[in-house]
Design a protein around this ligand. Structure first.
Ligand SMILES: C[S@@+](CC[C@H](N)C(=O)[O-])C[C@H]1O[C@@H](n2cnc3c(N)ncnc32)[C@H](O)[C@@H]1O
Length: 135
């Protein structure tokens, strides 16, 4: 059986099954809170969640009053987000303006992307110049 069958993200059934497992971690680790803390988001931060899946981070951002845009290759995933601001797009060719966001998230998704350099270049392009890491 392939570890990453190409249609595994056609909808959010597989991802949400994994998320239900994580809810039973012992001890529990709040990965979403940890990631958002590292990213330093707060009200007013413009966030792009690239490869947003079924919107676990989008919901946590909304609960903090942070406006975010989600993007994902899978229309089925995007439907499951229930989020208004989403784009069906490949992270390697984002249909988004330069410097449109203050923070980009790409959580548990870059290992799926064949064109990783293009993806990194796109993620940098949508950040303000000062926020772009030197890599
Ligand atoms: C493991 S899920 C992670 C979802 C979410 N980031 C999370 O942590 O809950 C990976 C997601 O990346 C999306 N994805 C894979 N390749 C992509 C690409 N090239 N561009 C945009 N999204 C992609 C998949 O459709 C899937 O929803």
């Amino acid at each position: 059986m392939a570890l990453n069958p190409p249609d595994q993200y056609r909808d959010d059934r597989n991802l949400s099954a994994r998320q239900r497992l994580w809810a039973h971690q012992e001890p529990y680790f709040d990965i979403v809170g940890w990631v958002l803390g590292l990213a330093g988001v707060s009200m007013g931060t413009r966030v792009l969640d690239a490869g947003c899946g079924n919107g676990m981070y989008l919901r946590a951002l909304a609960a903090r009053g942070v406006r975010a845009v989600g993007c994902d290759l899978s229309p089925g995933m995007l439907r499951a987000t229930g989020h208004a601001a989403v784009a069906c797009a490949d992270v390697s060719a984002l249909p988004l303006r330069e410097a449109a966001f203050d923070v980009v998230l790409a959580v548990h998704m870059l290992y799926h992307v064949p064109e990783r350099e293009a993806a990194m270049s796109e993620l940098r392009r949508v950040l303000p110049r000062a926020e772009r890491a030197p890599w």
